[in-house]
Design a protein around this ligand. Structure first.
Ligand code: SF4
Length: 203
């Protein structure tokens, strides 16, 4: 199977996956990802929300507007990014609302583990030169767990031959990016992303 066929097969297997449901977790299938196997940049969010499921694309609504506003500050256009790069998440299916509360449920550790082999496959197949983990759950995959967001956002690391530049989660429910004192850290992260896009000849 060539790379494009392997990618199509992976997408099909992710969309058909019912592992979390079979393990007794509520998730709303199918998996939501977007992009190309030829991508040089891959974003990794937490999990899709309901509007992402409805639109069948990651970061669709308010959080997507804010994410692409940030990326736009580096000169990155949303339509171009969605059609040429790759967007995925720690868990691929909508985990539903918090029981008795507001906001979306954070996928459990068990669900993250069930979905992790897909993420490993995506990273191996797409082989992005730049990974942008978005939000605490994705950031923890690459950075030591004891570090705080304000020690991580605005920094970059090189891991397995690729650059990792994290961003905070842009959803309205997330407070971190709304704290004025954190804005310079986000601006620094956006500059780092722009610098890496230029080094990849994407800008
Ligand atoms: S979140 Fe991942 S492991 Fe769970 S059902 Fe969806 S694709 Fe499968």
């Amino acid at each position: 199977m060539n790379r494009a066929a392997q990618f199509a097969d992976l997408q099909m297997r992710m969309r058909a996956c019912r592992a979390c449901l079979n393990a007794g977790y509520y998730v709303e299938s199918p998996a939501v990802t977007q992009g190309m196997v030829s991508a040089q940049v891959m974003t990794i969010g937490q999990a899709p929300g309901i509007t992402e499921v409805e639109a069948a694309r990651p970061f669709n609504a308010g959080s997507g507007s804010r994410l692409f506003q940030w990326l736009g500050e580096a000169g990155i256009k949303e339509d171009w990014f969605r059609s040429t790069q790759y967007m995925s998440s720690v868990t691929k299916c909508y985990p539903g609302r918090v029981a008795g509360g507001s906001g979306d449920r954070v996928p459990s550790r068990a669900e993250q583990m069930l979905c992790h082999p897909f993420l490993v496959e995506e990273l191996a197949l797409v082989a992005p030169k730049l990974v942008v983990p978005i939000g605490g759950l994705a950031i923890k995959l690459f950075f030591p767990k004891h570090l705080r967001l304000d020690e991580i956002i605005g920094t970059e690391i090189e891991r397995d031959g690729r650059w990792i530049v994290p961003l905070p989660h842009p959803s309205g429910a997330s407070r971190w990016h709304q704290i004025e004192a954190n804005r310079p850290l986000i601006e620094r992260a956006i500059r780092l992303i722009g610098k890496r896009f230029k080094s990849l000849n994407l800008l």
